[in-house]
Design a protein around this ligand. Structure first.
Ligand code: PLP
Length: 388
């Protein structure tokens, strides 16, 4: 459905990109097909040519384009305030194809020091094997980014909120630094979601997500998305098509369904995470809580400037008592599944013995009283409490 660009975020989450199937009236169906039939040879020629030029709504083969995926792309472009968006089979397909579209052998890329581990493999190994040099720096330090730029730097890649230390980058300051250079600023905004932060509004050139997380919201699919201007997105489409990174129509539909409730879920995640972070911060068993909604967080002021008073659902914590306390605690938590990933309706806890015994918590949408009571009984376990 065509809702105006100035309609509210929730209205666009529900309606943008969607349409009823003309023959049945079904709301945005799953077009579970590999190929699309044509009425004539002439029509085939026109549609295939249009599809290969990335013209909208030209469908001939689902690796190149599909109406269910197209509906999701139009919805996400609207939410990000972008001219265009492309959906991919996973968040990593979005990260990799975006970088492949911008970088070739001999080029240099600057990227965050603290990034998702598979992105780290891509930056430190996969790109290196293709002759692309990568410098990883603390991107919350604009001077460090400035001094790492080179003549052959062709991209700066950051995560808005980093994993697992929850560092928050000053996107407008980085955009300002790069503004006269023509070097695109790419923001992985997975941990925050477009409901809370839209990096393109702050000067970034491309924004991407693991749609597996908050956009889908239910922990039942894997997908990715990149949004930005049409020229850059078309270049990414070309890579995605050539590298076979298209999503399945069913997965696109699951994300489409999830995005309709994004504003409701992000309000609940933010409310719960703020309350849980404040609770944990006051507990003797807890050595540190990293949550950008806490005034003690070093990037709280930047987060307030860019996001106002809601800070999302991601926090990490460290207990006194080392690995034994960490393992005992996560084993004792009942409402939080011990699981990787984030952005699910259910709370997920993820112990990281190789990352300073941090426990990453993706705070879910359960009743906050139940969550706090559950964390309290886990903190009260003798092996956790004994370390105080
Ligand atoms: C910040 C971030 N970016 C990208 C990815 C990759 O996404 P996917 O697992 O959908 O490939 C993840 C996955 O956890 C992530 O946390």
């Amino acid at each position: 459905m065509n809702v105006p660009d100035d309609a509210g975020f929730a209205t666009r989450s529900i309606h943008s990109g969607e349409s009823a199937d003309p023959s049945t009236g079904a709301h945005t169906p799953i077009y579970q097909t590999a190929t699309f039939a044509f009425a004539s040879a002439e029509q085939k020629e026109a549609v295939v040519d249009a599809a290969m030029a990335w013209e909208p709504a030209s469908f001939f083969y689902t690796r190149t384009g599909n109406p269910t995926t197209d509906a999701l792309e139009r919805k996400l472009a609207s939410l990000e305030g972008a001219e265009s968006a492309v959906v991919s089979a996973s968040g990593m397909a979005a990260v990799a194809n975006t970088l492949f579209s911008l970088l070739k052998a001999g080029d240099h890329c600057v990227a965050s020091k603290d990034v998702f581990i598979i992105t780290r493999f891509l930056l430190d190994d996969v790109l290196g094997r293709r002759g692309i040099d990568v410098t990883r720096v603390d991107v919350t330090d604009v001077d460090a980014v400035r001094s790492s730029l080179r003549e052959n730097t062709k991209a700066v890649f950051i995560e808005s909120l980093s994993n697992p230390h929850m560092d928050f980058a000053d996107i407008p300051a980085l955009a300002e630094l790069l503004s006269s250079s023509g070097i695109p600023l790419i923001v992985d905004n997975t941990f925050v979601s477009p409901y809370l932060l839209r990096p393109l509004e702050h000067g970034a050139d491309l924004v991407l997500h693991s749609a597996t997380k908050y956009l889908s919201g239910h922990g039942d699919t894997v997908a990715g998305v990149v949004a930005g201007d049409k020229k850059r997105i078309d270049a990414i489409r070309y890579e995605l098509d050539a590298l076979g990174s298209a999503p399945s129509p069913f997965n696109s539909w699951l994300v489409l369904r999830g995005v309709r409730t994004l504003p409701l879920r992000m309000e609940a995640h933010s409310r719960n995470a703020q309350a849980l972070a404040e609770y944990l911060d006051a507990r003797d068993e807890v050595e540190a809580v990293h949550y950008i909604g806490l005034p003690s967080h070093p990037h709280h002021e930047v987060a307030m400037r860019l996001m106002g008073s809601r800070f999302g659902g991601m926090l990490s914590m460290k207990l006194h008592g080392g690995a034994e306390a960490m393992n005992t605690f996560v084993n004792a938590v009942r409402l939080g599944a011990i699981a990787v990933s984030l952005g699910d309706l259910r709370t997920l806890v993820y112990p990281m013995p190789k990352r300073d015994n941090l426990i990453r918590v993706s705070v879910g949408c359960e009743d906050i009283e139940d969550l706090i009571a559950d964390f309290e009984q886990a903190l009260s376990h003798p092996k956790v409490h004994a370390a105080v």
